[in-house]
Design a protein around this ligand. Sequence first.
Ligand SMILES: *[C@@H]1O[C@H](CO)[C@@H](O)[C@H](O)[C@H]1NC(C)=O
Ligand SMILES: *[C@@H]1O[C@H](CO)[C@@H](O)[C@H](O)[C@H]1NC(C)=O
Ligand SMILES: *[C@@H]1O[C@H](CO)[C@@H](O)[C@H](O)[C@H]1NC(C)=O
Ligand SMILES: *[C@@H]1O[C@H](CO)[C@@H](O)[C@H](O)[C@H]1NC(C)=O
Length: 458
Amino acid sequence: MGRSCFPKCKLAKLMGWLQIILGGLVILVSILSLTKFYSAGFFLRNEDICQHFYTVKDVYGDFDAKALSDRVGEVLNSLEALQAKLESKVQELEKNKGTLDKKLLEEEIVRPLHSANVALRQIRLPKIEEKNNTLKEDPLINFFITEEIRKYITPKENRVGNFNVYGTDKVYNTIGHACVLYKKELEEYMDYDIGSYCDDDWNLAQKLMLNGCDPVPRRRCLTRASKVYQKPYPINESLWRLPDHRNVRWGNYQCRNFECLSSKNPKRGYSKCTGCFEMEKEKLKWVSNSSLAVDFLIRDVLAIKPGEIRIGLDYGIGTGTFAARMREQNVTIVSTAINLGAPFNEMIALRGLIPLYVTLNQRLPFFDNTMDLIHTTGFMDGWIDLLLLDYILYDWDRILRPGGLLWIDNFFCNKKDLDDYMYMFLQLRYKKHKWAISPKSKDEVYLSALLEKPPRAI
Ligand SMILES: *[C@@H]1O[C@H](CO)[C@@H](O)[C@H](O)[C@H]1NC(C)=O
Ligand SMILES: *[C@@H]1O[C@H](CO)[C@@H](O)[C@H](O)[C@H]1NC(C)=O
Ligand SMILES: *[C@@H]1O[C@H](CO)[C@@H](O)[C@H](O)[C@H]1NC(C)=O
Ligand SMILES: *[C@@H]1O[C@H](CO)[C@@H](O)[C@H](O)[C@H]1NC(C)=O
């Protein structure tokens, strides 16, 4: 009895201390955050009133900031020591097979303590020196109530006061302006306990992305992962093998494994790129002769610029097969991927290829004149608005290098719209290497083209 009580009693004592300290901390943190937000004018919309009553000097006039900052430092140190002590205690208990619930200790005490520590470190007192009164309040800050969103979009100053070459000393975490239309969803997304596990809510994030709240804010919670994650297959096997289903969290899909995603299954849960998860079918793409003129072969395309095509982008929805084939040709391809009802991103990554999680909303995250090749298939078809297509084409043009290739692969549309789309693709006056049109159905046609970006004089 005595033995088993020993760690318990000690712990009770420890917890008592901890509660007192944490309580004190909470008060301290609240006071500090409050003064911080007052000084930034977050609660005051009228700048004149703000300047009149709450200049930094007034708030801190009879307040020894240096002493407070020293005190915070002291608390930080003692917190850290306490945390170390607690953690070693947990390990000790584990070794001695103590009766204590280790998980509880870890989740209820060590982790919150750690978060409190981090939160305390992030408190910054406003500078005491008289500041140029140009501190501008971001107009969106007052729109959101959730503290974590407000913190996210507040510009963060460079801690050592350095300016970058564009004259800014702040990092601006942005959220797309369309976020204001999805206030409820965004507040739900940002409602979490700092440092704990996030909900399994990538689907909510993707909804925000597709609705223009893009980029989605970063969060300070831990993303969930498969409990039974297996090491991936080696690259000489992974490229053409269905991955281990244990490496995917299936909670937000209709299927529960990769075999279920077969096009033969009517309940597969997705409609774009059906058949993409069948490796026998995928193996034929771009390498085996086809009877259709619109099916170009990788061999023929690369032969146009031998040795010149090294890096590129595959813009569409797929499982990375184009990138896998190009990898075999020593060409590095990044594949765009959205998880529309199936784990496209996970599949591409598990094959050992790079998924790029972007929507149609975004300017591509590549610099001007850098890519040797852009290949696009199966994503933008006859549904796409011409003005949107125009912006996308110009963005592709921006990232393609002079002499780079644009491969439009099996674009399909209604016959009557073909002229419009042809005009769009030809407007940039690229050199035409290949151009083919084949019927798809009675009313629809396929168009494939291989175009080269010309050098530009200016
Ligand atoms: C305050 O800002 C203005 C322009 O924004 C600048 O010209 C001036 O030098 C600044 N003053 C101080 C003291 O930084
Ligand atoms: C893949 O490579 C590993 C060594 O790197 C080798 O042991 C294995 O047999 C290879 N697998 C195949 C299918 O070639
Ligand atoms: C595909 O066609 C080319 C010529 O058009 C030919 O050289 C090649 O052998 C064919 N490949 C297959 C697998 O039939
Ligand atoms: C790719 O690179 C490897 C190593 O440099 C080389 O052995 C192989 O022949 C190359 N493959 C192609 C298709 O160029």
